[in-house]
Design a protein around this ligand. Structure first.
Ligand SMILES: C[S@@+](CC[C@H](N)C(=O)[O-])C[C@H]1O[C@@H](n2cnc3c(N)ncnc32)[C@H](O)[C@@H]1O
Length: 427
């Protein structure tokens, strides 16, 4: 079924444009508010119709020509058809609407933090099948071959044809995943994941190519992966010190690090700004990763307990702060849920909790967090809908939202990072 003329009213979560036809909601990717398009039905999802653009009849404000030739086929980008100011404006609308509709949360207008709209990705995940190297197509596991990627930092993008050429020599027909991680001044680390011992040869075979200084090979096992390594495996990234100045941290290339390496510094600075003065304060940091926020908190004089499930990451965080004997940091390898429950049971008290959970948010620990009752909370989130649900519960328990920032860590995509500070009713 085609709709001859669908007017797009607004952008909604996941980058879809929303229009209405005969009292049904249509969600159409690659459209913008103000567009009028001819759309075809892709799927009837019951509550709404998922459509695709056949033709743009009228262009909404901010529409532009996407510079990437693979845009629309490659699943990595969703908003290249909007100029950057429009992208940011639309993300603000989506964030505010998601907080209101999903969480019933009334939040202050967000402070906006932006960086470079292109060439920001300092780690990139490719998929490989035989000599085909690229990104997954939108909503599928079909690989779209690319020659370069305008989102990826130039040093990594330039490696795409180099790696593809090497694949011809490997003569391996299987499928595997390859992540290229920019390690800063040290070089690039290739992280390969897949089935069978051949993965190790593939990863090792990339070392020495134009700037690839090391590799990690993960062979799928019954539980997780069995890892081997060659050459450089540590990468450095930039966070801030106690005075907001750039500071370099090292961790294994497999550890979580913010994909937007250059904006990470501003992200960390925003978290510290929202946290306010922390000198002498007891801080519980949940989902600490490899110490990206632990480091500035500790250097600002806080007494920090940092919790993280990934043992390699939390060991990197511990090592970073160990260099300075005056810092007060305890690192805990374990689940944040367990740490908060233990803290409640043992009557520990914290002035501030900083939490940066994965997409699912922190639903499982919210009840205990409210019982713990820190005066201040700073939450970071890369998923507005789980953030909305978490904020709904916290505001219901009496916490007030103080400040909100949209940090556009993921230009050209619908993803966004949000930082929120809250105060308890006691403060
Ligand atoms: C979004 S990252 C944030 C890391 C860090 N704050 C940063 O800026 O680099 C989320 C981290 O939470 C960790 N994680 C996931 N589930 C967890 C849990 N239940 N408890 C503690 N850490 C968890 C992941 O390993 C990951 O390092």
């Amino acid at each position: 079924m085609d709709v001859d003329s669908l007017a797009i009213e607004k952008l909604v979560h996941r980058g879809f444009g929303l229009g209405r036809h005969e009292s049904r909601v249509w969600l159409v990717p690659f459209t913008l508010p103000g567009d009028v398009v001819t759309a075809g039905m892709v799927r009837d999802r019951g509550g709404h119709v998922e459509g695709e653009v056949r033709k743009v009849l009228e262009e909404g404000p901010g529409r532009t020509t996407p510079p990437c030739p693979w845009y629309g086929r490659c699943g990595g980008c969703h908003l290249q058809h909007a100029d950057y100011d429009t992208q940011v404006r639309l993300k603000i609308d989506v964030l505010q609407e998601t907080l209101k509709r999903t969480g019933g949360v009334q939040a202050p207008d967000p402070e906006i933090v932006t960086g470079e709209p292109w060439a920001w990705r300092s780690r990139a995940q490719f998929h490989v099948s035989g000599t085909t190297l690229g990104f997954y197509a939108r909503g599928s596991r079909r690989i779209v071959e690319v020659e370069e990627c305008p989102l990826v930092v130039p040093g990594l993008s330039a490696l795409i044809p180099v790696v593809r050429k090497a694949l011809g020599d490997f003569r391996f027909q299987g499928t595997w995943d390859l992540e290229l991680v920019d390690g800063g001044s040290k070089g690039v680390v290739a992280v390969a994941r897949g089935d069978g011992r051949k993965i190790r040869n593939l990863a090792d075979g990339l070392v020495g190519l134009s700037g690839i200084e090391g590799s990690l090979a993960g062979i799928r096992a019954k539980r997780g992966y069995r890892w081997t390594q060659r050459g450089l495996t540590a990468v450095s990234r930039t966070t801030v010190d106690g005075r907001g100045k750039p500071a370099s941290l090292e961790s294994n290339a497999r550890c979580f690090s913010q994909a937007n390496g250059s904006l990470n510094l501003i992200f960390a600075r925003t978290v510290m700004d929202f946290a306010g003065p922390v000198e002498g304060r007891r801080v519980l940091e949940l989902y600490a990763g490899a110490g990206n926020l632990t480091y500035p908190l500790a250097l600002s004089g806080a007494d920090v307990m940092a919790v993280e499930t990934d043992t390699r990451s939390i060991a990197a965080a511990a090592q970073a702060v160990r260099k300075n004997r005056n810092l007060k940091v305890r690192t805990v390898a374990g689940r944040s849920e367990d740490a908060v429950a233990r803290a409640v049971e043992s009557g520990q008290q914290y002035d501030l909790v900083v939490a940066d959970p994965p997409r699912a948010g922190m639903k499982r620990l919210l009840k205990d967090l409210v019982r713990l009752g820190p005066r201040r909370l700073v939450l970071c989130s890369c998923e507005p809908s789980s953030l909305a649900r978490d904020l709904a519960q916290l505001t219901l328990a009496g916490y007030r939202i103080d400040r909100l920032a949209l940090v556009d860590m993921f230009p050209q995509t619908y993803h966004m990072e949000t930082v929120v500070s809250l105060r308890s009713p006691r403060s």
